[in-house]
Design a binder for this molecule. Structure first.
Ligand SMILES: [Cu+2]
Length: 438
């Protein structure tokens, strides 16, 4: 735990969003100022931004193979746009101002309509001044249900987030300061797990959909209260469920867990100074007929087969940050702090242009002293281990300082796709590029 985390020691109580946790797939989504009771009773409200009166915004649920139609209205006083994180989306609907659409001005509207080919746990968030707008609350869960869902008693969304608050409970106004931009981003001093249900029964089999919506914090999480398995990352099913150990979720990453409840379910953040309880689901009563079958894999998705032999070999080197030469120059001259391959900010021409269906083997090499979670829009990619064997199939991969990770990506979705660090201050300060699939 770092400076100003004075609030983290407070007992965390379950916070459920004020309104509209579940919403139909055809809906209106209005960005607007909201007041949220983030702190425990009697400690005031926090003025934030939200959708339809709440932050997180309403949970959008669709069915695999279905269509999502959202009439977005911008009711805040700066331009905005919505990105649908992890969806293999029609490029025009990806929500990236400057690349796929113009930012939606205050008072204006934009209709997002797209098909959802893959079931899983996704989320939506602002992609305009995201380092500020997401930190202020402009995001929500997007769940695509399987055609043939696994049998569970409860399906629960668990949002991991943190906020930087003043002592009176307001969002700290120091958005966009150069220290955050050149270091770890806007790390909050108050972290929580927001759960969509406050109670379960002993003997219930529950699906927990964890989403890290923080702009900067990497959450190491331990779940207690039952025996479970990890069944998906970033929406994509694991071929074989994995033991539930300590989870690490970088910003924007998701993990699905299926858990057989034995008692209260708790979510703890592991830190060098101990475990902090982020949130809890109480256990009340008992399920008279618990599911006894082993936890099975989720139904697999058809994924494009990478062509390793002919894969284009690329390196995406992450550079900059405090203490680096670029970081010092940025500090002195007021420029960007971060770069990919020596280039900061969005280039006019794409970093790479791919024929549709082409495979790329990308070495994501972190030359900096900070971790980065790199997100590729519109696609998932295979993380490779040190021996080149494929591991998880993700849309955001965490690369630790001075480490590298190879990923194999089939670029099969036509359009202009952003690649960026999901520490949103790093993205804002240069760590982004884009590819074009033609
Ligand atoms: Cu980064």
């Amino acid at each position: 735990m770092k400076r100003r985390e004075f609030l983290a020691a407070l007992a965390a109580t379950a916070l459920t969003p004020a309104t509209g946790w579940a919403a139909p797939a055809g809906m209106r989504l209005k960005a607007e100022p909201v007041s949220v009771r983030l702190l425990p009773d009697g400690q005031g409200v926090t003025r934030m931004l939200g959708f339809n009166g709440s932050t997180p915004g309403p949970e959008i649920r669709a069915r695999q193979g279905g269509r999502v139609a959202v009439a977005f209205e911008n009711g805040i006083d700066s331009a905005s746009a919505i990105h649908w994180h992890g969806i293999h989306i029609d490029n025009a609907m990806d929500g990236v101002p400057g690349l796929t659409q113009a930012a939606v001005k205050p008072g204006d509207a934009f209709d997002y309509v797209f098909d959802v080919s893959h079931s899983g746990t996704y989320w939506y968030h602002s992609h305009e001044r995201s380092w500020e707008q997401v930190a202020k609350g402009l995001y929500g869960p997007l769940i695509v249900e399987e055609r043939d869902p696994p049998r569970v008693d409860r399906d629960i969304t668990v949002i991991l987030d943190d906020w930087r608050l003043t002592r009176s409970g307001e969002l700290h106004p120091n958005f966009g300061n150069r220290h955050d931009f050149s270091h770890d981003g806007r790390i909050g001093n108050f972290a929580r797990a927001l759960v969509s249900r406050e109670t379960v029964r002993r003997g219930d089999r529950v699906r927990l959909r964890l989403i890290n919506t923080a702009t900067a914090r990497i959450f190491p999480v331990r779940i207690t209260g039952g025996a479970g398995k990890v069944v998906a990352h970033d929406g994509m099913p694991l071929a074989a469920p994995e033991p539930l150990g300590e989870l690490v979720l970088a910003p924007a990453q998701r993990t699905d867990v299926i858990l057989d409840v034995a008692g209260p379910v708790t979510f703890a953040m592991l830190t060098g100074r101990g475990a902090y309880e982020l949130g809890k689901i109480a256990a009340e009563g008992a399920n008279p007929a618990p599911v006894k079958t082993p936890i099975a894999p989720l139904p697999p998705h058809a994924a494009p087969k990478p062509d390793r032999e002919r894969a284009r070999r690329l390196t995406l080197a992450m550079q900059g940050g405090a203490m680096s030469r670029m970081g010092m120059t940025g500090m002195m001259r007021g420029g960007d702090f971060w770069a990919f391959n020596g280039r900061s900010g969005l280039p006019r021409a794409p970093w790479q242009r791919f024929e549709r269906g082409e495979t790329a083997l990308i070495t994501m090499r972190n030359d900096t002293a900070f971790p980065h979670g790199i997100h590729v829009h519109g696609h998932h990619f295979h993380e490779l281990d040190e021996n080149g064997a494929p591991g998880h199939y993700r849309d955001t991969t965490l690369v630790d300082p001075r480490r590298r990770r190879d990923v194999l990506c089939v670029f099969d979705n036509p359009g202009k796709w952003l690649i960026h660090c999901h520490t949103l201050a790093h993205q804002a300060s240069g760590m982004k590029t884009w590819v074009e699939v033609v």
